[in-house]
Ligand binder design. Structure first.
Ligand code: PLP
Length: 366
């Protein structure tokens, strides 16, 4: 007897599309037969691993044959001290994607609705879809979250709202006041997830650190990552800060050894390396300036960004420009899958990497 294994899959899973990641440099070098490719496609930290992290990882070799600390005790203590929330409110994840998935798994069922903005980070619909929930995509305002429209979209079935602040792939951000007013109005049985993946890059004082609001909002979940400003994308490390009650639930669904010992040690080391973070932020700011100036010279509009990337309107279908950049050895990110067919997202790199992008785009458009 034959059987259709696609039809057997959960309906939510059948409708999923795989996440499209940026091409690794090695793959493109092989495909195109060129070298010295720069990758400005995945919002990675261009300055490399912190030296303190390298030393911490080496120390872990000896016990690499052992299971990691399932509770991440020392890393939670370090995060707790850094961000001012109790260790009993922190859940570690294999990247923040891991905690985003866990939080949805806890609360979202197939009869629920999950709200997020147009042009929001694609992991939110993927996570909600995999649970069979109804996706409610609210049209954006100036490329960012339209909080009034999001409030209006709430129904009896709404269980979760995802907001990235700043948002990827647009770089748009919400100030403290509007976000607080919004959360005040959200019913308490709706979980508000504020994804602060880029928070360490933020220099605009109006952007809130919502971890400080946890005591006021039991339905608030804040997620953070070590993949961006802390430069640990490959090690997969992120966390959620929540009430103790939600933290207890996260601990029930969390895989016991979801964070490996190298990531645990690296996280502790980089939290102790303020000079590294300062440098990352400084390189980001000057690189942002470099790209913004190029946009102005080429009369290209860009979306003002509080992250480590700039999303640029090419004024035409961006795909052919993306392809040309690829062949010149510059990988950027097309965002047509975010319904932004004319934009390209360019991650901020080192000065010479940005310059290679600038020289290439000047040649293409000049
Ligand atoms: C990069 C990014 C993350 C981080 O994902 P990790 O799994 O921690 O690497 C989360 N949210 C947004 C909006 C991002 O852009």
């Amino acid at each position: 007897m034959s059987c259709d294994y696609f039809e057997l899959a959960n309906p939510g899973i059948q409708k999923l599309h795989p996440y499209i990641a940026g091409k690794p440099v090695s793959e493109l070098e092989r495909e195109l037969g060129i070298s010295n490719i720069v990758k400005l496609a995945s919002n990675e930290n261009p300055i490399g691993l912190s030296e303190k992290v390298k030393r911490a990882i080496e120390k872990e070799y000896t016990d690499g044959c052992r299971y990691p600390d399932a509770n991440g005790h020392y890393l939670k203590a370090a995060i707790s001290e850094k961000v001012g929330v109790s260790a009993s409110q922190i859940t570690l994840g294999n990247g923040s994607n891991d905690v985003l998935e866990m939080i949805a798994k806890i609360y979202v069922q197939s009869h629920h609705e999950v709200i997020f903005s147009q042009h929001a980070f694609c992991v939110y619909p993927i996570v909600a879809q995999s649970l069979g929930a109804t996706l409610v995509e609210v049209p954006a305002k100036n490329w960012g979250n339209d909080l009034d429209k999001m409030l209006a979209a709430i129904t009896d079935k709404t269980r979760m709202i995802f907001i990235a602040n700043p948002n990827n792939p647009t770089g748009t951000w919400l100030g403290a006041e509007p976000l607080k007013t919004f959360i005040d109005k959200v019913p308490k049985n709706v979980i508000v997830v504020v994804d602060e993946a880029y928070t360490e890059y933020v220099t605009d004082g109006s952007i809130p650190n919502t971890i400080e609001w946890l005591s006021d909002y039991p339905n608030l979940v804040v997620t953070r990552t070590f993949s961006k400003a802390y430069g640990l994308a490959s090690l997969r490390l992120g966390y959620a800060a929540t009430s103790e009650e939600i933290c207890g639930l996260l601990n029930r669904v969390r895989q016991p050894f979801n964070v490996n010992s190298f990531a645990l040690a690296a996280g502790i080391a980089v939290l102790d390396d303020q000079a590294y973070l300062d440098k990352a932020v400084q390189v980001n700011q000057s690189g942002m300036q470099q790209l913004v100036e190029n946009c102005q010279q080429l009369s290209l509009e860009h979306i003002p960004s509080a992250g480590n990337f700039l999303t640029i309107d090419m004024g035409q279908n961006a795909m052919p420009i993306y392809e040309k950049l690829l062949h010149m050895g510059v990988i950027v990110r097309p965002v047509a899958n975010y319904s932004m067919p004319n934009h390209l997202r360019v991650s901020i790199g080192l000065e010479i990497e940005n310059q290679k992008y600038i020289d290439s785009i000047n040649k293409i458009l000049g």
